[in-house]
Design a protein around this ligand. Sequence first.
Ligand code: PLP
Length: 462
Amino acid sequence: MTPPRNSTAARDIAYALHPYTDHKAHLKDGPLVISRGKGVRVYDEQGKEYIETVAGLWCASLGFDNERLVEAAAAQMRKLPFYHAFTSKSHEPLVDLSEMLIERAPPSADGAPMSKVFFANSGSEANDSAIKMIWYMNNALGRPEKKKIIARLRGYHGITLAAASLTGLPANHKLFDLPLPGFHHVSTPHHYHNAQPGESEEAFATRLAEELEQKILAEGPETVAAFWAEPIMGAGGVVVPPATYFPKIQAVLKKHDVLFVADEVICGFWRTGNYWGCQTLGIQPDILVCAKALSASYLPISAVIVSEKVFQGIAEGSSSIGTWGHGFTYSGHPVPAAVAIETLKIYDETDIGGHVKRVGAHMQAALRERFGDHPLVGELRGTGLIAGMELVADKAKKVNFDPAKKVGGRLSKLGEKHGLIMRAMVNDSLGFSPPLIITEAEVDEMLDRLGTALDELMVELR
Ligand code: PLP
């Protein structure tokens, strides 16, 4: 349907270049224009209401109308709307937020508390910054050959040149001439599809740790700098690894002096039922990257939290050159920093962790109860308030649909009709990560609508 002339939709088609969009389809179909939000819901221009099953992009953790965050931004704008952090300049929001993050960070790989925080504006920038920190550190420590980075197929770490090279999804590489040299990918820890017949989760985890070790040995441990992982893969389809996967991986990394970088951009701040995904999955990172729920996504901010060992490496290099030549105009911008501080206070004061544990347990159980036996549902996975539902053509044989059928996308479209904004990903997996404030009743409403959409999809596919 052609949108009315001069409508927001028509002007969008005329002028906007959208991220993650099939542009030719967009020219034809136009956008879904969202104009306001309340709680876990957003409303389009016609006033139609949707439950945001993915909190936008796994990020609007406190929903869409938190007044405290609005006030925090306004107050900071009035006091100091901008200042930077270059050349030893500082300001209170930057210092307060750094301190809060260090207090809350998990212990580093060497058992000591994390040491310092660097701020950027997005998850991609934070991952790029962490890569540059590691390269810089290894040059400063006199081991310039130790630069290669190993990530995982289906991992998602963003889209800037280096972050996209970490990412292990074809759409982020094809036609972009990526990944860059020196970036490698090992297997996805997805037992459902990747285990050998009869292989237990434990044996699967052992095999993947061995695969990583073989990769490090083949490349030469003296050339491998870091391993990158999301505790639970998000955009790759919500893949939860076996319980012993990360401890086994971590042991291999320690043995070969390879750093562990935990990308907590989705998992951080209670999403998995603990403050950090690292705690849920048994990871002690050398570097932790976070964003999204750090500021409930009301303003852009991301952080790279580093261990003392990494900080010492960077400090060494910077004193030899006279500066650490890295940083963004908006690194630690006072307004997003003030919003992030308020966000972390809200998490603490409202016991959002206790809430996620309760409502998350309900969501996980209800998903399995309602859809576990559904003929289209191959696997339900997740913990806390993050879940994945994979649609399959053959449940017994775990066979996916032909990707050309876009079955996940069709479910997401049907969901839209019934008041759900959903996210379809690899292998027709739908991701659920609603705002952390969602109630049990709202989860039930979301799943009622999902059930209706799934039933309609069944009819369509007959
Ligand atoms: N890392 C993870 C785990 C993510 O999920 C994302 C975004 O979804 C990113 C990094 C990239 O963040 P951004 O889109 O803010 O660059």
